[in-house]
Design a binder for this molecule. Structure first.
Ligand SMILES: [Zn+2]
Length: 255
């Protein structure tokens, strides 16, 4: 087989970073340090020992309950870990051992953290998106797969599209359709992926978001007045694009 031990290693790396992402998802909106103190149960505050802190495995062994107080551990923890492992693995399988893989796995972890914070708290944290815009642009000077002009255009096109749609939405629906957080998120993704990919990302995000919105309203899970965060859909669109963007473009040109 062409791929050996390294695909297991990259998956495990994703699991470990996913475990750390869970800490960020919980603590960043609460303005807590992401390093200190060590992991503890949010209910009983007891410290989680290293053997109970193994990604995926501990959740299964503990049957999703805190060892000390037996309160339920959110399914979000193993989901984030598994998702991170899976995304890392697919990125590696597509881009191989390259700078692009390294940058894309870092980007994808930042996006997973943003998506879940937005799902939970309906905010896109500036502490990730704003430095993300700058870092994405700086990186474009050192890599070959994206030019710095493309990166800068990505920031403007990504942020611009959401800004215009957000303004149009607030005029038409008389309420804020998309927040400033989404503008910064789209600008950040644009900085890393360039203008073409951010257009595809946002289109896919709108498409899946609209389908999900229709489903949620029809199944009466959400009402028309409820706010459905858009950040997770932008992130989903950008994942599809960073993995299969070239295929999507050549399929589109083929028409
Ligand atoms: Zn507990």
């Amino acid at each position: 087989m062409y791929y050996g031990i390294e695909i297991i290693l990259i998956f495990v790396l994703g699991l470990i970073v996913g475990s750390f992402s869970n800490v960020c998802i919980y603590r960043i909106p609460r303005n807590e340090s992401i390093i200190f103190p060590a992991s503890h149960c949010p209910k009983c505050r007891s410290n989680i020992s290293p053997k109970d802190n193994i990604p995926l495995l501990s959740y299964i062994l503990l049957k999703g309950k805190c060892r000390n107080c037996k309160s339920k551990i959110s399914i979000q923890y193993p989901v984030v870990e598994f998702l991170s492992g899976l995304i890392y693995l697919i990125i590696y399988l597509i881009y191989g051992l390259s700078a692009q893989t390294l940058i894309y796995i870092i980007l994808s972890s930042a996006l997973v953290i943003i998506a879940f914070i937005d799902l939970n708290e309906q905010i896109v944290p500036d502490v990730i998106s704003l430095p993300g815009i700058v870092i994405g642009f700086i990186i474009s000077f050192f890599v070959t797969y994206i030019s710095s002009i493309n990166s800068a255009l990505g920031v403007l096109v990504g942020g611009g599209i959401i800004l215009i749609i957000g303004m149009a939405g607030s005029v038409i629906f008389k309420k804020e359709a998309m927040g400033g957080g989404d503008v910064k998120l789209a600008a950040m993704i644009g900085a890393f992926l360039g203008w073409k990919y951010i257009v595809i990302s946002l289109f896919l995000g709108f498409f899946v978001g609209a389908l999900a919105g229709i489903f949620l309203i029809m199944s009466k899970i959400k009402s028309r007045e409820d706010v459905v965060p858009f950040g997770p859909f932008i992130v989903l669109g950008s994942f599809i694009t960073l993995l299969w963007g070239e295929k999507i473009i050549s399929w589109y040109i083929g028409f």
